[in-house]
Design a protein around this ligand. Structure first.
Ligand SMILES: NC(=O)c1ccc[n+]([C@@H]2O[C@H](COP(=O)([O-])OP(=O)(O)OC[C@H]3O[C@@H](n4cnc5c(N)ncnc54)[C@H](O)[C@@H]3O)[C@@H](O)[C@H]2O)c1
Length: 349
């Protein structure tokens, strides 16, 4: 029986309670040895709340501790690369939250550091571990509706978010912060991207310095096309309100030459429906319950950490691999460039 991995957490913000809860749930896999945050109050309170004996304001003290085997990096995107690379060079395994980094160059440096160190670097692209999202991917990749497909996805978070990363352009802002999950997921489904076109708007200039509304088109080398749109520009929502009785993902349609896949059901239920021929008169071939409308259910957050444990203890490659995780950064950077120039960006495939 393998011993639990001695694990430390850097970054004790709003999201940290999800991974901390899962680490504590699986004490047979992880032993939490310390937490760090540049905000002493956040570090102290997190240590108290989760019964962890050690807290620091400098994450490097945990990284440099020879007793620590793995580091969870839960800081904002701009502060992912530095602790991740330092930890890998110190021989630690790293689970780093998404997006991998603020800049593609940093993401590539993180992937290189993992390669050089021969350590696991797993990025928290949780949709890859979600049964809902995996089912959708399987239907497409098994060719149930034929290929290539037109994949249309609308996320309408008529909301704000108290994290500055979502509304401060210097910290990443809209597309790259919240949306890296989608960028990674379409690369997971369709493979290498070939061309990106994006148009963005900023409709709440008094509340945000980041673009808050966009449409993005990605053409893949496979011939598939994915179109995605989102806005959190609805006025009067405040930063905390998720939606006005709306789902995070009100519409998902995947259209192929032999059929189509839709979410939600015609009655608006959280159900994914597969239609395999033209003469079904609105009757789907199969339907599946879809737990979380944005695509990653609670089991997925637990699953990705269990997977991280297996990769560390059994020497497996994580999902995504570090090089795969870089793709979301490449897509986001191309989207920003396309939006700025008004021209599509062609990518090396
Ligand atoms: N997988 C998901 O579904 C999901 C959901 C939300 C957030 N996230 C990701 O989790 C990460 C954290 O998000 P959040 O909402 O908790 O952000 P947050 O801003 O609430 O918290 C970040 C914390 O990191 C601390 N911090 C900043 N720089 C630091 C440094 N150099 N060293 C130590 N601590 C530092 C801050 O003081 C703050 O307490 C981000 O990468 C975000 O994208 C993932």
């Amino acid at each position: 029986m393998n011993a639990p991995i001695k694990t430390a957490v850097i970054g004790c913000g709003r999201f940290s309670r999800t991974p901390l809860g899962n680490l504590k749930k699986h004490t047979e896999l992880f032993e939490l040895t310390g937490v760090a945050d540049i905000d002493a109050g956040a570090a102290r309170e997190t240590a108290r709340q989760w019964g962890i004996g050690r807290w620091e304001t400098d994450g490097a003290r945990l990284i440099d501790d020879p007793d620590v085997e793995a580091i969870l990096v839960l800081t904002p995107a701009l502060a992912h690369a530095e602790p991740t690379i330092r930890a890998l060079r110190a021989g630690k395994h790293v689970f780093c939250e998404k997006p991998m980094a603020r800049r593609t160059a940093d993401a590539r440096a993180m992937a290189a550091a993992a390669r050089d160190a021969g350590r696991v670097l797993q990025v928290g692209y949780v949709m890859r571990h979600s049964p809902d999202a995996q089912n959708l991917r399987r239907l497409i990749r098994e060719g149930r509706i034929g290929r290539p497909v037109f994949y249309r996805d609308i996320w309408a978070l008529a909301k704000g978010n108290p994290s500055p990363s979502t509304h401060d352009a210097r910290l990443g802002g809209g597309i790259i912060y919240e949306h890296a999950h989608w960028l990674d997921f379409v690369a997971f489904v369709f493979g290498p991207p070939a061309k990106v076109y994006a148009a963005t708007m900023r409709l709440k200039p008094d509340l945000t310095t980041a673009d808050d509304t966009f449409i993005l088109i990605v053409d893949f080398a496979s011939g598939d096309r994915a179109v995605w749109s989102e806005s959190w520009a609805a006025r009067g929502m405040g930063w905390d309100v998720m939606a006005v009785g709306r789902k995070v993902r009100p519409t998902l349609d995947v259209i192929g030459p032999k059929g189509s896949i839709h979410f939600p059901s015609p009655a608006g239920e959280r159900i994914l429906s597969l239609y395999e021929s033209a003469d079904q008169n609105g009757t789907p071939t199969e339907q599946w319950a879809w737990e979380q409308d944005w695509g990653a259910n609670s089991a997925a957050y637990e699953g990705e950490l269990i997977d991280f444990y297996r990769c560390v203890r059994e020497g497996l490659s994580p999902c995504p691999t570090p090089d795969e995780a870089v793709t979301a950064n490449v897509l986001a950077e191309a989207a920003f460039e396309s939006s700025r120039t008004g021209e599509p960006v062609y990518l090396e495939v």
